[in-house]
Design a binder for this molecule. Structure first.
Ligand SMILES: [Zn+2]
Length: 318
C-alpha cells in the first residue's frame, strides 16, 4: 500500500510536476506572447510615434488640405460672397449713389436754405508737374476740388494722365483758355474760341464734357464787353470767378501768408477759393484744408446741375 501509496504519491508528484511544468510552460508562453505582443505594441507605438511624427506632418498636410478645403470652398464661398457682396455693393452703390445724389442735392438746397457752410477749392493754370502731388494730397484728405486747366499745358502728353486721374478721382476739370493771354482773349475777343478749344481738349483727354471756365485774370475787366458775354451765352459756357483770392501765385516760399490770406478772406457760408498749381500752394494746402474743416465747411466740387453764377460782371446768364 505504502509502495502503492508511494507510487501513487510519486505518480501524483510526477503529475503535479508535469502540471507545474505545463503551467510554467503556459506561463512562459503567455509571457513570451505577452512580450512579443508587447513588443509589437511597443513597435506599433513606435510606428505610431513615428507616424505621429509624420502625423505631425500629416496633420499639417490634412490641415493644409483642410485649410485648402476650407480655403477653396471659402474662395468659392467668398467669391460667391463677393458676388453677393458685389451684388450688394452694386445694389448698395446703385441705390446710395442716387441716394447720395439726392442727399447732395438736398444738401446743396439746404446749403442755401439752411446756410450750411461750403467751400470750393479751385486750382488754375494746370496741368503741371505738380498736379499729381495736389491729387495725392486731396485724396489723402478726402477733399474734391475744381481745376481750371490751360490748353497749352493740356497739349503736353506727359501731363494728360494727371488730367484723367483728376476726373476719375472725382474732381472737376474746367477750362482756362488756350493761351492765357489778355490781349488775345479780351482785346482780340478770342475768349469763346479759345475756351471751346480748351473744353474740347479736356473732353478728348478725359471723356468728360465740361462747360465751366475761369477767365484768366478774372472777368473784370476782361469780360466787360457785352459782345463777348453774349458769345459765351450762345456757346453755352459758364464762367466762374472767385470769392477769395489767395494771392498764392505772388507768395513764393510763403505758404503761411497764403493760409492767412484765405483765413482773412473767409466771410460767407459759400466760398470759392482761387489758387494755382504752385509749390507754395501745395505746401499751404494742408493748412487751408485744416482751417476750413475747423470752421465747419464742407468741401464741394463744382456741379453743373447746381450751377450758381459767380462773376464780377454780375451777369446772371453766365
Ligand atoms: Zn491763370
Amino acid at each position: 500500500m505504502k509502495a502503492l501509496q508511494n507510487d501513487d504519491f510519486k505518480g501524483r508528484k510526477i503529475i503535479k510536476s508535469r502540471v507545474a511544468m505545463l503551467v510554467l510552460g503556459a506561463l512562459i508562453i503567455t509571457f513570451l506572447t505577452g512580450l512579443i505582443v508587447g513588443k509589437s505594441y511597443a513597435a506599433g507605438e513606435k510606428i505610431m510615434q513615428h507616424d505621429g511624427a509624420i502625423i505631425v506632418q500629416t496633420p499639417t498636410l490634412p490641415n493644409l488640405e483642410e485649410q485648402k478645403d476650407v480655403v477653396e470652398p471659402s474662395i468659392e464661398h467668398s467669391s460667391s460672397n463677393t458676388n453677393i457682396n458685389n451684388q450688394n455693393s452694386i445694389e448698395n452703390t446703385e441705390v446710395p449713389i442716387t441716394h447720395d445724389k439726392v442727399q447732395t442735392e438736398m444738401q446743396t438746397n439746404s446749403e442755401e436754405n439752411n446756410l450750411g457752410k461750403v467751400v470750393y477749392l479751385t486750382f488754375d493754370d494746370g496741368p503741371s508737374k505738380l498736379t499729381d502731388q495736389f491729387l495725392d494730397l486731396l485724396k489723402e484728405q478726402d477733399v474734391k476740388a475744381t481745376f481750371f486747366m490751360q490748353g497749352d499745358h493740356l497739349k503736353k502728353e506727359y501731363l494728360q494722365a494727371s488730367v484723367r486721374r483728376a476726373t476719375t478721382e472725382g474732381h472737376y476739370v474746367g477750362g482756362h483758355s488756350m493761351t492765357h493771354e489778355f490781349i488775345k482773349l479780351y482785346n482780340e475777343k478770342q475768349f469763346v474760341p479759345e475756351m471751346n478749344e480748351t473744353l474740347a481738349l479736356i473732353h478728348e483727354i478725359t471723356g468728360t464734357n465740361p462747360n465751366l471756365v475761369r477767365p484768366p485774370y478774372g472777368s473784370a475787366p476782361g469780360l466787360k464787353s457785352e459782345q463777348i458775354r453774349n458769345q459765351i451765352v450762345e456757346a453755352d459756357i459758364k464762367v466762374w470767378d472767385w470769392t477769395i483770392d489767395s494771392n498764392d501765385w505772388s507768395l513764393k516760399d510763403n505758404p503761411t501768408q497764403i493760409i492767412e490770406n484765405i483765413k482773412s478772406g473767409t466771410k460767407s457760408n459759400k466760398e470759392v477759393v482761387l489758387m494755382h498749381e504752385r509749390p507754395q500752394t501745395l505746401l499751404a494746402l494742408p493748412g487751408i484744408i485744416k482751417f476750413f474743416k475747423e470752421q465747419g465747411y464742407q468741401f464741394v466740387v463744382y456741379d453743373e446741375a447746381n450751377h450758381f453764377d459767380l462773376n464780377f460782371q454780375n451777369d446772371s446768364r453766365l
